[in-house]
Design a protein around this ligand. Structure first.
Ligand code: SF4
Ligand code: SF4
Length: 717
């Protein structure tokens, strides 16, 4: 990846007597090293990408400690990596984005949880839930329940999160059970500090090798008949051991309030939002001290029944704050109180929404409704007025901006190599008719928005080709699957290509080969351009990304017979290739590789390179496209075929043109799509390609003077 984390990598070296300041996710990264972790792996994805990115860029330092780090090809391979802790007393941690990553890892997780571990195994899941989420909205908690995994949900405060990581490994070892550490987006990005400890070089590591493999132990295999015993061990020994550890080590926290008759049980990760809500209701001070008693569940599974019972006993009422559905924790608490014959009234989803993120406002409303039911002593007038003001302000803003501002869906970056492929596909469908398009996870999913609005389904990362398997036999036209190179290596090669070849699928696959796993933060993959190619591509819009042709050779090796490679930016050639693929007599799988480097990565290289040249006073040429206002007819067909944010509209200076004309603003990176589209779709000839020359030389100045003179001669006086 091109983003540099050198500052963060330096912070990982800090030790006793030093302090750490930064984001929660980086604190977790440091905590892993303080816990003596032996190996780390994972698959990137928001909100936990930083963890793996920083560790991958810190490989040299980790090697000094003997810690192995691996950028896994998907979450399943990351989960399987934890198998090292089944036999060997070594601590391991892996990370991914959930729920999607946990779905991919589920098989390995079950097979890890069944035999259990001797070395601490920690799975750091980025819970991508709520308004900023980019995945389906489900709870990872269900996996903890079904596989009897321990689940931590730490209160978002750096010192505390670091302690939970260290305790999480110890808990995993005490209960012989893998531990999931759930981090919401807010917890990953919360900022703060903590006093550092020295990093711990693991006793068994790449520097201190084992003499040989562990003894064969059938009990460590997740195999019947052993799985029957392992299932019993989970409930008879491992979970009770976990509960003992949780209580003895005080992993959950009780904050007694002066209004002790009313209590709130809250998931640790929601603590800060809850305290803020209580502040708005006048029930917490500026330091976060609550007037109501709080039981903060930093471990949300398993619950410690005695602790829950003790907290609820004698209270007038208890509110359970649990985000997402279904209400697993609330149901369990209700059942365990009933079994204990504790009759404290319990509220939860009756006053809080069943689904969606629990923002401060939503929590404040829920707590106020809860208090209304059980006390008249607390004045909620100020809090209710604050909620009403917020609602009124939102209505006012919506009324003012609603008609004026159209919705702005996310977009491909300026100059993205994937945009031209969808422009070509739009044109190709004028020739071949509409096709069923199986979409995938990745930047190319932006094509589901206008002006393309393409894609009938998205079934998972690398799943597009597999997801058309049931459609292809039912439909007259061939189907199209769209996949990125990230998705191809994550899953698509096996679940899609292998299956289509084996089953004789007559369909078309376009692989958008931009060289990186771009959507997750442009991490490197096996087909990422090497440094020499990057150097060569620094100021060229070349199509060759991977000199080794890794994807092409893999496809040929597995048996793909119809394979074409096209420069992504060549719209006309791409259109013809689509036409060929959909009309050829060849009945097997047809693969088109659309090759063009991720523009974001390219610009990260190009911009500093240009800046250095400019600073040195050297000549720099920047290509920029433009629209001749006099020629533009104002029909905007170029915009409908491109969607580039820098190709936009402006008011015409011609009083006879009532419609706005197209214009290219300064952000244009000169990718050439405007010219390609104009040519391929035979648009009006209003586009021009310009070169902006900084620090021009003598010849540049002379030729400009001659050009201007010639133009003046041809213009009427
Ligand atoms: S990150 Fe790269 S591939 Fe993704 S939209 Fe931007 S330029 Fe395109
Ligand atoms: S050439 Fe056109 S599509 Fe490419 S960056 Fe410039 S305005 Fe956008």
């Amino acid at each position: 990846m091109e983003v540099s984390f050198s500052r963060e990598a330096q912070m990982l070296r800090r030790g006793h007597g030093e302090s750490f300041h930064g984001e929660g996710i980086l604190a977790i990264t440091k905590a892993l090293l303080q816990s003596g972790v032996t190996y780390v792996g994972g698959y990137q994805g928001a909100p936990v990408s930083h963890l793996l990115d920083v560790l991958v860029q810190s490989r040299a330092y980790l090697a000094e400690l003997g810690v192995h780090v691996e950028a896994c090809s998907n979450e399943a391979s990351a989960a399987a990596m934890l198998g090292a802790s089944i036999h060997y007393p070594v601590r391991g941690a892996v990370t991914w984005k959930s729920i999607v990553g946990t779905n991919v890892a589920a098989d390995a997780l079950s097979n890890l949880a069944s035999p259990g571990v001797v070395g601490g195994a920690l799975i750091i899941v980025g819970e991508d839930y709520g308004e900023g989420a980019s995945v389906i909205q489900e709870r990872t908690y269900a996996y903890a329940l079904k596989s009897s995994l321990i689940m931590l949900d730490p209160r978002p405060e750096l010192d505390h999160m670091v302690r939970l990581v260290e305790q999480g490994f110890a808990l995993s070892e005490a209960a012989s059970t893998p531990v999931m550490l759930q981090l919401r987006v807010r917890a990953c990005h919360v900022r703060g500090g903590f006093p550092c400890k020295d990093n711990v070089a693991p006793a068994i590591s790449a520097l201190h090798l084992l003499e040989g493999p562990a003894e064969f132990d059938y009990a460590k295999l997740s195999h019947p008949p052993l799985t029957f015993r392992q299932e019993k061990l989970k409930s008879a020994e491992r979970l009770p051991a976990a509960r003992r550890f949780i209580v003895e080590q005080g992993l959950n926290e009780v904050f007694a309030g002066k209004r002790d008759g009313l209590g709130i049980i809250v998931q640790g990760g929601l603590h800060n939002s809850l305290v803020r809500a209580l502040q708005q209701l006048g029930l917490a001070d500026a330091f976060g001290t609550s007037e109501l008693s709080l039981l903060v569940l930093n471990v949300t599974y398993p619950l410690a029944p005695d602790q829950i019972r003790d907290f609820c006993l004698g209270k007038r009422a208890v509110l359970i704050v649990e985000e997402g559905q279904p209400e697993f924790i609330e149901q369990e608490i209700l059942a365990l109180l009933r079994r204990s014959d504790v009759n404290t009234p319990v509220h939860g989803k009756d006053v809080l929404p069943m689904a969606g993120e629990y923002t401060v406002e939503i929590l404040a409303r829920g707590v106020a409704d809860f208090l209304d039911k059980h006390t008249a002593d607390i004045s909620l007038a100020d809090g209710r007025a604050w909620l009403a003001r917020n609602a009124a302000r939102r209505d006012t803003v919506a009324a003012q901006l609603g008609p004026a501002l159209p919705a702005r869906p996310p977009q491909f970056c300026i100059g993205c190599p994937e945009r031209p492929v969808f422009a070509a596909l739009k044109l190709a469908q004028q020739d071949i008719g509409p096709v069923h398009i199986a979409g995938d996870i990745g930047c190319h999913a932006f094509a589901t928005f206008e002006p393309f609005s393409m894609g009938h389904s998205i079934l998972g990362y690398g799943m597009s080709l597999a997801s058309r398997a049931g459609v292809s036999p039912l439909i007259r036209q061939r189907t199209l699957a769209v996949m990125g190179d990230g998705g191809f290596w994550h899953n698509g090669l096996l679940t899609g290509v292998q299956s289509a070849l084996f089953n004789g699928g007559d369909s078309v696959l376009v692989i958008l080969k931009n060289g990186y796993t771009s959507a997750t933060g442009t991490q490197d993959i096996i087909s990422t351009p090497d440094d020499e190619v990057k150097e060569r591509l620094v100021d060229k819009q070349e199509s060759v990304v991977d000199r080794n042709r890794t994807i092409e050779r893999t496809l040929a090796g597995i048996g793909v017979k119809w394979l074409r490679k096209v420069n992504s930016y060549s719209v006309e050639e791409m259109r013809r290739t689509f036409d060929d693929a959909f009309t050829t007599d060849f009945a097997g799988l047809k693969v088109i590789i659309a090759e063009g480097e991720c523009q974001l990565e390219r610009q990260r290289r190009v911009k500093p390179w240009r800046a250095a040249l400019l600073k040195a006073g050297r000549r720099v040429v920047r290509v920029k496209y433009g629209v001749d206002e006099d020629v533009c007819s104002g029909d905007h067909s170029c915009i409908r075929l491109s969607g580039c944010p820098t190709l936009t509209l402006m008011k015409s200076s011609d009083p006879l043109k009532v419609d706005p004309v197209a214009t290219v603003i300064d952000g244009c990176v000169g990718c050439g799509l405007c010219g390609e589209n104009a040519h391929a779709a035979t648009l009006c000839p209003s586009f021009y390609r310009g070169e902006v020359i900084h620090n021009p030389g003598v010849w540049d100045r002379l030729s400009a003077t001659l050009r201007h003179a010639a133009i003046r001669l041809m213009q009427p006086a």
